[in-house]
Design a protein around this ligand. Structure first.
Ligand code: ADP
Length: 482
């Protein structure tokens, strides 16, 4: 164990107790392939114990005044903020992203805790004008109950805090199964939550290399009233099905295939800055990364040249190198997928303008790449690339751009670059997506609702909508008033 991992737990958390197991699995640094820690490989029985703990803790947590819950969450926010550097280093070690991005994610992840600490105080019900003189109508908001969360590796802290902070603020208790690629960040923030005074059983973390067994328990136990999942559409679909028998509420943040449309009348500088931020952040491994860069014919060549120029300033290196702006991909499968999408595109006529090959930094590093002459039928335009590859499609008219952008089963993020205000409205309204960035490449934050339409998911996270996802509305009819 090294200095970076020794500061935080490598045991799982059930009912306020750090638990180990006979079986463990390895967590490795994607930049080097070296093992940085081992964590318990828990199974179905442990998941059941965590649900027991969350169910036992629920009544007292739900009855704790929102203000008192907020005070605990505020302390959690403060502790995370104070540990920014240690958490960022841990994240870079297990996930690979450049340190500057990891620091940014700690702040982003913490922002959900601060926001929901406040928003939990505003879980207002309503009084409704009556229809009968002897009655009064009221609604109250109550926490759903025990929540299960299954989270991905690309934002190892923010995807946990976005779910846990909103659930806890609403009065729910939670069992989290983090990605097997990045359990250490989950355990680190859970420790800080314990230090902040989150009571035993309210927040549990099950580390496991057997996602299917743990997932089965979390989705079939009737005491779990809600599942919140961020990950692939394929697994989301499976979990949706598994939740049907017990009619669980669901929040699903699934895959995307974000279009980024650049019109002839765009400000070229803005379009390049937005594309760079949207495409190359986290080495292209975000579900809102521009996956299809759809560029109008009149600006196509100028945009390509400027993008290639901007890409030449990226620095591929392990995330811990302060100059790094592109770290490794998460694992060998991810690297293989990027290579196969590029070779498929090239074999169908796409042209590599820069990059297009693995980088010499190590097995999981890929060169930042720009590919042009991509057509919508190529695999690279239909599947999530999840790598540092900008794929450029050419279009002629506004109607073409909208048609190409919407020609996908996904609908998470979309981006458009134009200086024409009428076009902004027309296109933003026509895009089939949950979020639209206009002249902006990065827009996620704690105060705005994040989520998708079509097969990109159900529900929203962050914002007032994010709290609502963890609340039930109860209607109380007060009769007999004379
Ligand atoms: P990715 O391809 O981005 O890793 P996944 O959807 O495979 O996305 O993983 C997201 C999360 O879902 C991870 O925590 C992973 O362990 C979990 N997961 C994967 N398969 C299953 C499953 N069958 N049941 C429950 N959780 C799963």
């Amino acid at each position: 164990m090294n200095a970076i991992t020794s500061k935080f737990p490598t045991a799982a958390l059930i009912d306020g107790t750090w638990v180990t197991a006979q079986k463990s699995f390895s967590v490795s640094d994607p930049a080097t392939g070296e093992e940085i820690a081992r964590v318990p490989d828990l199974g179905a029985d442990d998941a059941r114990r965590a649900i027991d703990a969350a169910a036992k803790a629920f009544p007292a947590w739900a009855a704790t005044p929102a203000k008192a819950r907020a005070q605990i969450l505020e302390r959690w926010f403060d502790l995370i903020t104070a540990e920014t550097e240690a958490l960022a280093q841990l994240m870079t070690a297990e996930q690979g992203k450049p340190l500057a991005e990891a620091r940014g994610e700690v702040a982003y992840g913490a922002s959900f805790i601060e926001w929901f600490a406040e928003e939990g105080k505003r879980a207002y019900g309503r009084t409704i004008p009556t229809t009968v003189a002897s009655r009064r109508y009221i609604t109250i908001k109550q926490p759903i109950g025990v929540v299960a969360a299954i989270t991905p590796w690309n934002f190892p802290i923010a995807m946990i805090t976005r779910k846990v902070a909103s659930a806890l603020a609403a009065g729910c208790t939670i069992v989290v199964k983090p990605s097997e690629e990045t359990p250490l960040c989950a355990l680190a923030v859970a420790k800080l939550a314990m230090d902040a005074g989150v009571p035993p059983g309210v927040f549990n973390v099950i580390t496991s290399a057997d996602a299917a067994s743990v997932g089965n328990v979390l989705t079939s136990d009737p005491r779990v009233r809600k599942l919140t999942f961020t990950g692939s559409t394929e697994i989301g679909r499976l979990l949706y099905r598994q939740c049907a028998d017990t009619i669980k509420k669901l929040t699903l943040e699934l895959g995307g295939n974000a279009p980024l449309i650049v019109f002839d009348d765009a400000d070229l500088k803005q379009a390049i800055a937005g594309t760079m931020a949207s495409k190359y952040r986290n080495a292209g491994q975000t579900c809102v990364c521009a996956n299809r860069i759809i560029v109008q014919a009149g600006i196509y060549e100028r945009f390509t040249a400027a993008l290639v120029d901007a890409v030449s300033s990226l620095h591929v290196a392990p995330g811990r190198d302060p100059r790094s702006t592109i770290g490794p991909l998460i694992n060998a499968d991810a690297a293989k997928k990027v290579e196969s999408l590029i070779s498929d595109a090239v074999s169908h006529g796409a042209k590599i303008r820069t990059g297009g090959a693995p980088d010499t930094q190590g097995a999981l590093f890929y060169q930042p790449t720009v590919v042009t002459e991509v057509t919508p039928d190529m695999k690279i335009a239909q599947e999530e690339i999840f790598g540092p590859v900008a794929s450029l499609i050419r279009f002629e008219t506004e109607a073409d751009a909208i048609r190409i952008a919407n020609d996908t089963p996904f609908g998470l993020a979309a981006y458009l670059f134009t200086q024409n205000i009428g076009r902004v409205w027309r296109v933003a309204e026509a895009l089939e997506s949950g979020m639209v960035g206009v002249n902006e490449g990065v827009f996620s934050n704690e105060v705005a609702p994040f989520g998708g339409v079509k097969q990109s998911g159900l529900g929203r996270e962050g914002a007032a909508e994010g709290l609502e996802e963890y609340l039930e509305t109860k209607f109380i009819c007060l009769g007999g008033i004379s």
